[in-house]
Design a protein around this ligand. Structure first.
Ligand SMILES: [Zn+2]
Length: 379
């Protein structure tokens, strides 16, 4: 089985699914063919032309709610840096496979497929259905997981594992992200007579200074610390001698549980109104560019305990961790209370970089871990 899992990973890497544009259908087909050849029921569900989610199931023998293993089928582009290894060849060197998506997260998908194959082979005592859900679009707009949510695909699911790279540590929390575009308007005037205008850049500065002191009124999260704000883009003004009537900034807000994004946005709007002044021409518009909820599964949740037990057997004692990046779990958690853990092979630092790679041993260990978790009666 080990060799088969590694060959599958290689084939997944050799089938690019760079997003944009995605084109994940062929990658989903590689997984589907591999699973079908091992007697597993698989469905490809079109989301957009050339883009299909994958849903596979190994039936269990009791009525416990299913365990869903989830992973995204797309990858980020290869970037402008020169790679030492062909990004789409899956070259193996000293126990590591190189290529775009090896760590993020075709390695996780191959491990999950491997777990299903092992469970299908000797499925006699599988206490629950185990699902493999491959999603399109995670790297851009999460359209795949949104489609699954709309179809009710998580309705009978009791626990979810997302196989993003965590070096097999058990992630139980991650921050949310709220990206806001703020446009401050003003009134233009001759640069030599600023009092006749309303300076949009100056007003934006007042807002940004106030934002630096923004109080989220929330306790620090034990694994994620405090929320943050960061103004990351700014543009405004038209000439060196014209009072600017427009300035636009984008703000990257990273939130922690239990903050609700609509109330954070409301507070930021209030701060904006308060700081840009009374001038009738000074007004601001906000637009949400991205909205991903934070994730928070209690460490005492039975599936977390069961995963820690699995890990204890395989590699000794571990503690749950918090993660800096967000996942498809942000979308699921907005509609379902189902516990979610982020648990996958590959080091997080390998994601999105040139010469991305994964330790093959960790892929095989992940397959074993997923399979053992599916067999656990602890949740
Ligand atoms: Zn990822």
């Amino acid at each position: 089985m080990d060799r088969e899992i590694i060959t599958l990973l290689q084939e997944l890497v050799r089938t690019p699914s760079v997003n944009p544009p995605g084109n994940e259908h062929d990658t989903a087909l590689v997984l589907a063919n591999w699973l079908t050849a091992r007697g597993i029921d698989v469905e490809l569900i079109p989301v957009q032309p050339g883009r299909s989610n994958l849903l596979a199931r190994v039936p269990g023998t009791s009525s416990r709610p299913a365990l869903a293993l989830c992973g995204h089928l797309d990858t980020v582009p290869i970037g402008s840096q020169v790679w030492r290894h062909d990004p789409f060849a899956g070259e193996i060197e000293q126990g590591r496979m190189y290529g775009r998506g090896t760590a993020d997260m075709k390695g996780g998908l191959a491990a999950m497929a491997g777990a299903l194959a092992m469970l299908a082979r000797d499925s006699g005592n599988l206490p629950r259905d185990i699902l493999l859900m491959g999603t399109v679009g995670e790297e851009v707009d999460c359209c795949g997981v949104r489609a699954f949510v709309e179809q009710g695909a998580f309705d009978q699911v009791g626990a979810i594992v997302i196989g993003e790279p965590t070096a097999l540590e058990i992630g139980i929390a991650h921050k949310g992200a709220l990206w806001i575009s703020v446009t401050v308007n003003g009134r233009s005037a001759h640069g030599s007579m600023p009092s006749l205008g309303s300076n949009a850049i100056l007003n934006t500065t007042k807002f940004l200074n106030a934002l630096e002191q923004f109080d989220f009124r929330v306790e620090a999260h034990p694994l994620l610390s405090l929320p943050t704000t960061s103004p990351d883009q700014i543009e405004g003004g038209s000439a060196p001698n014209v009072v600017p009537d427009r300035c636009r900034v984008t703000i990257d807000v990273r939130t922690i549980p239990p903050l609700a994004h609509d109330s954070v946005l409301g507070e930021i709007r209030r701060l904006l109104d308060k700081t840009i002044g009374q001038d009738p021409d000074a007004f601001a518009q906000t637009e949400v560019l991205l909205d991903r909820a934070p994730l928070d599964t209690p460490p005492s949740n039975p599936v977390v305990r069961a995963a820690l037990d699995v890990l204890l057997d395989l590699s000794g004692e571990h503690q749950p961790i918090g993660l800096s990046y967000f996942t498809d779990g942000s979308i699921i958690t907005q509609s379902y209370k189902t516990p979610i853990i982020i648990w996958g092979p590959g080091e997080p630092g390998q994601a999105h970089r040139a010469d991305e790679s994964i330790l093959l041993e960790s892929v095989l260990m992940a397959a074993k871990a997923y399979s053992n978790l599916a067999l656990s009666t602890g949740f």
